[in-house]
Design a protein around this ligand. Structure first.
Ligand SMILES: *[C@@H]1O[C@H](CO)[C@@H](O)[C@H](O)[C@H]1NC(C)=O
Length: 247
């Protein structure tokens, strides 16, 4: 009898070892005394991103695409004829192709800076505008499209630790970000209250002034992206004990 039972018990034990996977399998663990901790943190972040692309239902990250922003506004010039536009229902595709290219950290004070790169983001939105843009009465609305290539992004995070039961968790104290875009192509289409001449004039204007327009929109874009990023970071911090990430 024992001849059979012992191997079966052994088999069950080893199966349990295989089945009971690490609950934080989606993150690579780094060690605070690793002299190359920044390289490890970079790999860990890219590993997390690769898992997010597949979906991490355990922490509610299942649909990485698209990134949705409710609204962004722009105002050029002042007065009653100043140009105003608002973009609504903004869908950005391609953000999940993000990769972390460098990390700087001060683990003792829980400060981290991530440098990231996204090859291309395609944006679709509805827009409505009013006022005059380069002598053209540009009131109306329609669809907006944008292709943003070569996006570099820096995110700074400061966190603080606190204990829950036996484990330490981080909470987000401060987050800052900035970004730049190498190439922008964008345009409007299906412009209502307009005609093809106005649409062509608008497209010429926004494409020749794409970087300036982005600069005007940046404060608003940053505010929205910071909100998305803080939610993301707070969600990860709330679900992953600090030592599962950095031991
Ligand atoms: C991510 O990059 C790959 C390879 O360049 C591309 O085929 C894919 O469409 C991109 N994903 C999104 C959502 O843009």
């Amino acid at each position: 009898m024992n001849k059979i039972v012992v191997p079966i018990v052994c088999l069950l034990y080893s199966l349990q070892g295989i089945v009971a996977q690490d609950p934080f399998y989606f993150l690579k663990q780094c060690h605070r005394d690793d002299p190359n901790i920044n390289i490890c943190l970079k790999q860990s972040a890219n590993y997390l991103i690769a898992n997010i692309r597949r979906g991490i239902p355990e922490i509610g990250l299942t649909e990485p695409e698209p990134v949705i922003i409710d609204e962004i506004s722009i105002a050029l010039g002042s007065g009653p004829d100043g140009y105003r536009a608002s973009f609504r229902n903004i869908h950005g595709y391609g953000v999940s192709n993000i990769s972390v290219t460098a990390v700087r950290s001060d683990v003792n004070s829980h400060q981290f800076q991530f440098t990231m790169y996204i090859p291309k983001v395609s944006v679709r939105a509805n827009y409505e505008s009013s006022g005059i843009l380069i002598l053209v009465q540009a009131s109306g609305g329609g669809q907006y499209w944008g292709e943003y290539e070569g996006i570099k992004c820096k995110v700074y995070i400061r966190a603080s630790p606190h204990r829950i039961g036996q484990r330490t968790f981080l909470s987000l104290q401060q987050i800052k970000m900035d970004f730049s875009v190498k190439n922008i192509r964008m345009g409007v289409e299906n412009v209502h209250n307009g005609n093809s001449v106005i649409q062509a004039a608008l497209n010429l204007f926004i494409n020749t002034n794409a970087q300036e327009l982005l600069k005007e929109m940046k404060p608003d874009i940053k505010k929205k992206l910071l909100l998305i990023m803080s939610n993301f970071v707070e969600n990860v911090f709330a679900n992953v004990p600090y030592d599962a990430w950095i031991l």
